[in-house]
Write a protein that binds this ligand. Structure first.
Ligand code: SF4
Length: 342
């Protein structure tokens, strides 16, 4: 079982200490005996311990930076929400195919933003612009926010902020089971709590440092019992020998655990595995022993929104994924909604 994350090293930006959350976090880490260093800005963080790239990368992933979010302009977040709400960046997990490896580039450390009220104010402005239509915010575009929230509680604050809002909805996804502190948040049904799931083989070989499938399912049951609307993202759907059985077992386990009341308002999102050439280079550098299949010649190309080709599965394979997983969902969760396959 993966333990809740504790940073090995904490950096703090001086102006973060002007915010209550910054003060609270520094006290917390000092009490825990974690080494705390000051930095004028996270961009100035150099000399992370470690003798080579491999070591530095791993230490960075267990380093937490307590900082202030300067840009309060939110990115859009299609297809699952209108905007990405920035609460943190980076992740302590070591999924070989993680999109953060390319988007975070040379800064794989985790950052948490303490100017949380300013971030909520910006969110309020976005909601006001679209009112009376509702506005959905995605909190996990640049991090696995749940993985760090047992320390910061910023996500919990966001859940309660949107709970009180008139037109706001929050959603996020996680591969971590450390959800206990979120169970008593006053969510008012406005947060959709999603778990990213995969079959046991894929989690075992490609998702080190994250909670195992049965732990994520146990956490999902707790979340459903706490009244949150629930969802699952099956991602990345990855074709390996025996994938049909692997995913069947995954759905069987889910079906055996989820209480009936959690199935009425349940969503599934399906995302096939994809990679880009730059991502392949980074994956092979960070996880040189990976078994991940990254052979461009076996895939088809798809033009990506960042102006770069993605390698996705061939059409027949995509059809097989849609048919097989779609039929499992219909069989085990006939009331659930499949939001998209991409
Ligand atoms: Fe990346 Fe999510 Fe894995 Fe974290 S849990 S390393 S964000 S894929």
């Amino acid at each position: 079982m993966v333990k809740p994350f504790t940073p090995q090293l904490v950096y703090v930006e001086p102006d973060a200490l002007e915010y209550p959350s910054g003060k609270r976090l520094i006290k917390k880490f000092a009490d825990m005996g974690v080494e705390i260093r000051e930095t004028t800005s996270h961009n100035q963080i150099r000399n992370l311990p470690g003798e080579n790239h491999f070591q530095k990368y791993r230490i960075a992933k267990s380093t937490l930076v307590i900082g202030v979010r300067r840009t309060l302009k939110f990115d859009t977040s299609k297809p699952s929400a209108e905007y990405a709400i920035p609460l943190a960046t980076g992740c302590m997990g070591h999924c070989h195919y993680c999109y953060l490896q390319t988007t975070m580039g040379s800064k794989p450390y985790i950052r948490t933003y303490v100017n949380i009220d300013e971030i909520f104010e910006a969110a309020q402005n976005y909601m006001d612009e679209r009112a009376p239509e509702s506005t959905r915010f995605e909190a996990s575009c640049t991090s696995d926010i749940v993985g760090v929230d047992h320390l910061t509680h910023h996500l919990k604050q966001a859940i309660e902020f949107f709970g009180k809002s008139k037109h706001g909805k929050l959603r996020f996804v996680t591969k971590f089971a450390h959800v206990d502190h979120l169970l008593d948040a006053d969510h008012q049904g406005k947060t959709r709590f999603r778990f990213s799931i995969n079959d046991d083989y894929i989690i075992k070989y490609f998702e080190p440092g994250t909670s195992r499938l049965h732990e994520r399912i146990e956490a999902a049951v707790k979340v459903a019992e706490a009244g949150y609307p629930l969802g699952f993202i099956v991602a990345p759907i990855y074709l390996h020998d025996g994938w049909e059985e692997g995913y069947l077992e995954m759905f069987e386990k889910l079906e055996a655990s989820l209480p009936a009341f959690a199935r009425k308002d349940l969503t599934f999102e399906m995302i096939q595995h994809r990679f880009t050439k730059p991502a392949k280079r980074v994956i092979q550098e960070n996880y040189p022993m990976t078994k991940l299949e990254l052979d461009e010649s076996k895939r088809k190309t798809k033009w990506g929104r960042y102006g770069i080709y993605k390698y996705v599965y061939q059409d027949e394979q995509q059809e097989a994924i849609k048919d097989t997983l779609g039929s499992y969902i219909k069989r085990f969760f006939p009331e659930a909604k499949i939001e998209y396959f991409t």
